[in-house]
Design a protein around this ligand. Structure first.
Ligand code: ADP
Ligand code: MG
Length: 233
């Protein structure tokens, strides 16, 4: 049986007259990567901010692990089990991998070690963040996200700016994390999306135009017209 960890219903976020996210519902299931794709400005990042509590909802409801977290603040949602990828600025560049993750783990040594192991950074435990490659720094962000022992991971374009080899390593990492987590993945790299996603949601202009398996989404003529066709011209 699939286990829904996060259930978001009818989420709407208005910025003045603009409905950046318009009546979006999404379920995240343990053991699945749910990718959200769509053109620039579709509302993908705004959706991630609504789920993590960085932005307040205009309307809608969110349940995490059966608990109504609607309207909760970010820190409380994080403690309840939702981790979102940190922007690069959240890394402390002069500190090592271990020191960065230990801060994110609130000095819990077991969680620190576990997060470093899950993020496949054990060989870099004592590397200084500023000396690491872009790809390794993004891995470190994932480790910091894992340091709170989340059930749900919300990742906004974790492959951005990566070369082929770095992207492959991140894809392997995300694949290895999905057994124990429910993952929402916003990503522009369509090869990565189709390699990783169990379920895809396509957003255009704040609205969901389709949700389904990668195979179903690929065949969806509405999606092709609105997005994939245009992206693969
Ligand atoms: P995506 O991540 O899919 O590219 P975003 O969620 O970043 O899209 O943006 C969706 C829409 O909401 C865009 O039109 C964007 O300009 C607008 N928007 C995003 N954040 C804000 C904000 N803080 N204030 C006003 N408009 C915003
Ligand atoms: Mg975005």
């Amino acid at each position: 049986m699939s286990e829904v960890i996060l259930s978001a219903k009818n989420l709407t976020k208005r910025f003045g007259g603009l409905a950046a996210v318009n009546d979006v519902s999404i379920n995240l299931v343990r053991g699945q990567i749910h990718a959200v794709i769509g053109p620039n400005g579709a509302g993908k990042s705004t959706l991630t901010h609504l789920l993590s509590g960085d932005l307040s909802l205009t309307s809608g409801q969110i349940h995490l692990d059966g608990i109504d977290i609607t309207g909760w603040r970010m820190e409380r949602i994080s403690r309840q089990g939702l981790g979102r990828s940190f922007q690069k600025t959240n890394l402390f560049l002069p500190l090592t991998v271990f020191e960065n993750v230990r801060l994110a783990a609130h000095f819990n040594l077991d969680l620190t070690k576990k997060a470093i192991r899950l993020a496949k950074l054990e060989h870099q435990t004592h590397a200084v963040a500023s000396n690491m490659s872009h790809g390794e720094q993004r891995q470190l962000e994932i480790a910091m996200c894992l340091a709170a022992d989340p059930k749900v991971l919300v990742l906004d374009e974790p492959l951005a700016g990566m070369g082929v080899t770095e992207a492959e390593r991140m894809i392997d990492l995300l694949h290895s994390l999905k057994a124990e987590h429910a993952i929402l993945l916003v990503e522009h790299d369509m090869d990565a999306v189709f390699a990783l996603a169990d379920v895809l949601t396509v957003m255009v202009d704040g609205q969901v135009i389709a949700t389904g398996t990668p195979a179903a989404i690929r065949m969806d003529t509405g999606v092709q017209a609105a997005y994939l066709g245009e992206a693969h011209e």
